[in-house]
Design a protein around this ligand. Structure first.
Ligand code: FMN
Length: 252
């Protein structure tokens, strides 16, 4: 019997096809992924669990009842990754949401502060989804959650600046990425300069870009907007190593 897993809420359905709608969260069959292809066998996966309090790593199908280092319960363990002794069709068919997320975490990113302006106000947020689309013309895309204040500012002004971060900028991730400019002025105690388009750039960034949004190429992608923008100016400020998402995860 095939097992189908709802990608939204995790509900599992047994049958030849996914259900018309998920009885738990109501989404359609397109949100279901096959979990086992009708073959029941021992998984070849090796799971690693990390204690979110002390970073202790445990290997096994389940997290330990309690952490041997700091003593917290298994609910404070997160699945870090699954390693497979071999990749075969059954392993591919066994993919579930956690496995898929762990694989998505293997995509490499840099980390950036995207800023924009609205009238005489400015704001910025941390983002990993900044990437170059074309070299000629120099064109980039940034993917921004519609709930973010920076999203409102970008829609309003059509201009952005990107401060490219180095490894020294770990505190900036928290500052710009863990709270919204709706609650406080994030630039109140930050050393910045206005770019030619008016958006703030961090004075100690390792490089910056200024860009103009192209509305007709910008796309609604659900929770986020994928803004496409032409780069109008940019400069390397310091020859330091770029901060990657992987480095941030390992050292936060
Ligand atoms: C490491 C990291 C990466 C992030 N990447 C993105 C991203 O690519 N897109 C996005 O919309 N939000 C991203 N965020 C979340 C925003 O930075 C966060 O929601 C921020 O508080 C929004 O601020 P604002 O409301 O002032 O615009 C990221 C946060 C962190 C910590």
């Amino acid at each position: 019997m095939k097992v189908w897993r709802c990608m939204v809420c995790g509900y599992e359905h047994e049958g030849e096809a996914p259900p018309e709608t998920c009885p738990i969260c109501g989404v359609g069959p397109e949100e279901f992924m096959i979990k086992n292809n009708g073959v029941n066998r021992q998984s070849t996966a090796i799971k690693r669990w990390k204690c979110t309090v002390c970073d202790y790593i445990h290997t096994g199908d389940e997290p330990p009842e309690s952490c041997p280092l700091c003593g917290v319960g298994k609910e404070l363990f997160v699945l870090l990754e699954e390693k497979y002794s071999e990749l075969d069709l059954q392993v591919i068919a066994d993919t579930d949401l956690n496995t898929l997320r762990a694989a998505l975490n293997k995509i490499s990113y840099g980390l950036y502060i995207i800023t924009s302006i609205k009238e005489n106000k400015h704001n910025g947020m941390c983002a990993n989804t900044v990437f170059q689309l074309t070299d000629n013309p120099p064109r980039i895309a940034v993917c921004v959650n519609k709930n973010n204040l920076t999203h409102d500012y970008i829609e309003y002004s059509g201009v952005i600046a990107i401060s490219i971060l180095g490894r020294e900028h770990m505190p900036a991730i928290k500052h710009f990425g863990h709270r919204s400019g709706r609650k406080s002025d994030k630039f109140a105690e930050v050393d910045y300069l206005p770019a030619a388009n008016g958006c703030p750039i961090l004075r100690d960034c390792i490089a910056y870009l200024e860009a103009q949004i192209i509305p007709e190429k910008t796309t609604d992608v659900g929770t986020h907007t994928l803004f496409v923008a032409d780069v109008t100016s940019g400069r390397t400020v310091q020859n330091e190593e770029e901060l990657t998402y992987a480095y941030y995860r390992q050292n936060r």
